[in-house]
Each structure stands twice: as C-alpha cells, then as structure tokens.
Design a protein around this ligand. Structure first.
Ligand code: TIU
Length: 228
C-alpha cells in the first residue's frame, strides 16, 4: 500500500499508488503542432502548448516512483477501414483524416503527425495504446490491461479536455475506474471549453471524477515521503 491524499474538487481523494496509473491522452503532433489534424479542423493549436510542460513534469515523477504509465494515440489504419464516416465527412476534402498534410497523412498510424511530441515521448518499454475513437476504451485493450494490473485509479492528463479526455473519463467512470484529472496538464483548443469540461467532470458531487492539478499531485507524493 502506498496511500497518498490528493487535494481535489469536489473532495480530496485518497489513492493507493500501487493501484493507480498515469494515462497520457493523445499528446500527438497531429493535435499539438501546426499542420496536423487539430489545425485541419480549424483550431488554434497554440492553446494546447501549456499542457506539454506540466505533463512532462508529472511524467518524470511518475517514472521515478514507478507508477504504471500508459500513453494513448488517436489514429487510423492507412486504408481507413477503422474510420467511421462520422469522423470524415463533416470536413472539407483535403483537410480530412487520411489526407496529406505537412506531417504526413493526417491522423494515420505510422505518420510523423501521429507520433507523440518529443517532450513527453514514451520511453522504451512504456505502453502505448492506439485507439480509433475519442474514448480510449473504445475498441482497445485498455480496460483489460488496467484490470489485469489491478489498477482502480487513473491520473488523467493530455489533450483535448473536452474531446478525448472527457470521453475517456466518462468511459472510465462507467466501468469502475476513479478518474482524477490534472487540469493544468490538459488543454482544449478553446479555454472556455476546457473550463466547461472540467466543471462537468466534478459537478454533482463528482459525477465523472475529480479535478486537481499537477502541483497537488506532486505535493501529495512528496508528503507521503516517496524518494524522488
Ligand atoms: N478535436 C479535438 O478537440 N480533439 C480530438 O479530435 N481528439 C482528441 O481530443 N484527442
């Protein structure tokens, strides 16, 4: 047992770090950098930049204390056989998933844009789960992997707050995981949607989970005297 007590909203939350994973959602070039999928949808990617440094800090501590770490990547097979029409047809040709962009074909597995930004790139041996949907549990082994490891708590970081993070948090809650979101390690293309998505997660007594910050998580780890 490695219990820590994290200050959060709507309440503080006690977690056993041995039953906790850090899940890093879709910190991919296609979302964070110019010329990728996020920008092709008409978004300002600069609004995501703040999440990179905070996530890097948390990732480094998680590695030091041996927390189970999983990164996810949203993306599709080159023939788009795993991409439903709902993810394609609402956007103009030339700016769709699978179209050519400056970082390769947009949101296609194996292309440069699909990879994770250098600052938080997974180390050799760290788990990366490729997902065709927004919710990281949809058509992936994520639930199985976490349950086999005895994980019950998820520290959730990544992008974007209102799309892949919030759908993954609500998916996690439905299948029995406590989702604890680190607000400053997340971002949305629109700061108002970032705040709204966080409000929804913690509303009604924590209907989907908890909202905290990297500072609160790192302080809780320090207070529990983990050698950092
Ligand atoms: N559009 C948007 O905000 N996000 C996505 O399409 N995917 C993720 O959030 N990863």
């Amino acid at each position: 047992m490695k219990n820590v007590n994290i200050k959060a909203e709507p309440t503080a939350v006690k977690v056993d770090l041995e039953k906790t994973a850090l899940i890093v959602i879709d910190m991919q070039k296609d979302f964070l950098l110019h010329g990728g999928y996020g920008e092709s949808l008409g978004n300002n990617v600069d609004n995501l930049a703040s999440a990179i440094g905070s996530t890097k800090k948390v990732l480094e501590v998680a590695r030091k204390i041996g927390l189970f770490i999983i990164q996810t990547r949203e993306g599709h097979l080159p023939d788009l056989s795993d991409c439903p029409s709902t993810k394609l047809l609402r956007w103009p040709e030339g700016k769709r998933i699978g179209d050519q962009g400056p970082m390769g074909r947009i949101l296609i597995r194996g292309e440069k844009g699909h990879s994770i930004v250098d600052e938080v790139a997974p180390l050799e041996g760290e788990m990366v789960i490729d997902k065709p949907g927004k919710n990281a549990f949809y058509k992936t082994d994520l639930e199985k992997v976490l349950k086999e490891k005895g994980i019950v708590n998820l520290l959730v970081v990544g992008v974007t707050t209102d799309v892949c993070c919030s759908t993954t948090v609500s998916g996690a809650n439905d299948i029995g995981f406590n989702a604890i979101v680190l607000a400053d390690c997340m971002a949305s293309y629109d700061p108002a949607r970032h705040r709204a998505a966080l409000d929804i997660i913690k509303a009604q007594g924590g209907i989907f989970g908890w909202v905290t910050s990297s500072r609160e998580v790192l302080d809780a780890i320090k207070e529990a005297n983990f050698p950092l």
